[in-house]
Design a protein around this ligand. Structure first.
Ligand SMILES: Cc1ncc(COP(=O)(O)O)c(C=O)c1O
Length: 231
């Protein structure tokens, strides 16, 4: 409800058939940055149930509040059972280059290479140069981007909160707002369609993220101020 991680609920959802835990941190679409305690809770559940973990940390650099802790860094047991994904497409805005990386224990590498071989063509030379530039010289740019994004986040929340019936938690990370609009009496799908057809504003249907997302829409505020104001 309040977009917090419910570890008891997570435990209840594990069945004998569960093999893998998918973690999104910072979390898309809620914008939560999980605390060390929450991550330790996830790690304990993974250990108790002998689960493999895929930790998607693509938004690690897009943080307004809180501190990103990489799940696999917590302890050796978690490191061994976790594949962690990082990339450049979000904070550095280069999704077209299709370059990202996985960090994992060496023992998974052979299998991973075998599986990815047919799926991932290659990281081309230009993409590698762009990723290197982001890592070595991207910090000042990223700092300026985050100043802008924070302004856009605060402006969008201020406008949304002024609309009666809208409940919008403040995201700690990511370029997303995930307001609850259930009081308008439309499903998320209907609201998404309504906004597209009548306001020419594209948002994402919250229900696409799973049943708890019903009643929500996801808004991406990573744009220029005049665009956001008009939307
Ligand atoms: C949490 C998360 N992981 C991965 C991806 C995929 O990233 P890409 O588009 O660079 O493949 C997305 C895209 O929106 C995302 O939000």
């Amino acid at each position: 409800n309040d977009l917090k991680l419910d570890l008891d609920d997570l435990k209840r959802r594990i069945t004998p058939r569960t093999r893998l835990l998918m973690v999104s941190n910072p979390h898309n679409p809620s914008g939560r940055v999980f605390t060390r305690e929450e991550l330790e809770g996830i790690g304990q559940i993974a250990k108790d149930n002998n689960l493999f973990v895929f930790s998607d940390e693509l938004y690690e650099d897009m943080i307004f509040e809180g501190r990103h802790v990489s799940l696999a860094s917590l302890n050796a047991n978690l490191f061994e059972r976790t594949l962690s994904a990082f990339g450049f497409s979000k904070a550095f805005g280069i999704p077209g280059f299709r370059i990202a990386y996985i960090v994992c224990h060496g023992k998974h590498m052979q299998e991973l290479k075998k599986r990815l071989h047919g799926m991932i063509v290659h990281a081309d030379t230009l993409a590698q140069a762009a990723a290197k530039a982001a890592l070595t010289n991207g910090t000042p740019w990223l700092k300026r981007l985050m100043v802008h994004l924070r302004e856009m986040r605060d402006y969008a929340i201020q406008r949304l909160s002024a609309i009666p019936g809208v409940w919008c938690p403040v995201p700690q990370a990511t370029p997303f707002l995930f307001p609850n609009l259930a009081s308008f009496g439309m499903t998320s799908q209907e609201m998404t369609q309504h906004l597209e057809e009548n306001a020419k504003v594209i948002v994402q249907n919250g229900a696409e993220f799973g049943p708890p997302g019903e009643g929500h829409i996801r808004i991406n505020f990573a744009t220029a101020y005049p665009v956001l104001r008009e939307a």
